[in-house]
Design a protein around this ligand. Structure first.
Ligand code: AMP
Ligand code: ZN
Length: 112
């Protein structure tokens, strides 16, 4: 699949890998917005939450559990945020579902 994140999973585009298992891949965001800014993605190409179906429930849940595990390992459990930007109006720029893990600094609410 000619998709930026599918190419990162295949190693055709370099990334700083944080985690990999049979179903998910996680890597450092190239333009970090916090001391920890990791993207967790399903290995199976899916466009985003808007397009997700009931069959995708397990993998979307798994991405969140991987985020929690990375947060635990990085000792940012005082406060971190997991974010799915859904659709262009929310800033989604890559159309392979990706969960942002942001932490390591105080995080304001509401987000911009
Ligand atoms: P979004 O705006 O939610 O679609 O997020 C896309 C994210 O992908 C942004 O935070 C980008 O900085 C990040 N990104 C784009 N290209 C790369 C890349 N080659 N390696 C790592 N992160 C990337
Ligand atoms: Zn993809």
């Amino acid at each position: 699949m000619d998709c930026l994140f599918c190419r990162i999973i295949r190693g055709e585009i370099p990334s700083k890998k944080v985690h990999e298992d049979a179903e998910t891949f996680a890597f450092e965001d190239i333009n970090p917005q916090a001391p920890t800014h990791v993207l967790i993605i399903p290995k199976k190409h899916m466009v985003g939450l808007r397009e997700a179906t009931a069959q995708d429930a397990d993998i979307i849940g798994k991405c969140h559990l991987v985020a929690a595990e990375i947060a635990r390992k990085r000792d940012i459990e005082n406060g971190y945020r997991t974010v799915l930007n859904v659709g262009p109006g929310a800033g989604q720029s890559v159309f392979h579902l990706h969960l942002h893990l942001l932490g390591g600094r105080s995080l304001a609410w509401p987000p911009g």
